[in-house]
Design a protein around this ligand. Sequence first.
Ligand SMILES: Cc1cc2nc3c(=O)[nH]c(=O)nc-3n(C[C@H](O)[C@H](O)[C@H](O)COP(=O)(O)O)c2cc1C
Length: 139
Amino acid sequence: MATLFQLVYISTAREDLAPDACQSIVEEARGRNAGLQITGLLLFNGKRFLQALEGEEADVRNVYRLIEADPRHHGLVIIGETPLEKREFSQWSMAFAQGRTDDLPGKVDAFLGDAGTSTRDLFMTSAKLYRGASTGLEL
Ligand SMILES: Cc1cc2nc3c(=O)[nH]c(=O)nc-3n(C[C@H](O)[C@H](O)[C@H](O)COP(=O)(O)O)c2cc1C
């Protein structure tokens, strides 16, 4: 029987990533994910990506291998690998939240309806670490 599985990782965006690069990433992601019934959430906080991928375990691992080789980011670290009873992001082939101002936590919150406490905490923490020009935070 196919196992429903979720993988979560963080990575660092390439320094010179064009501002509109995320749009292409999300379009590519949605195209492939829809065909494989992979769902999830991608957050970009200005410097780091945080992504949850969920679906059949072999499919999730295959897509992760492609993502890992993508030169638009580096330093990937898997921070969660868990079997799931039900999807946390069932409605999105890849939901996407990116901050421009300090509204990122609100945007992320809108996608977390079905997510458990640990997933919610993880995404909200990352959203709050938005690297705005005014914060001076080095994440
Ligand atoms: C942060 C990030 C997240 C990505 N997420 C996905 C994803 O969820 N699904 C997917 O198919 N591709 C995703 N991609 C894009 C793939 O890495 C890319 O399509 C893959 O390298 C294959 O490229 P190709 O279509 O040119 O062969 C992501 C890329 C980045 C940088």
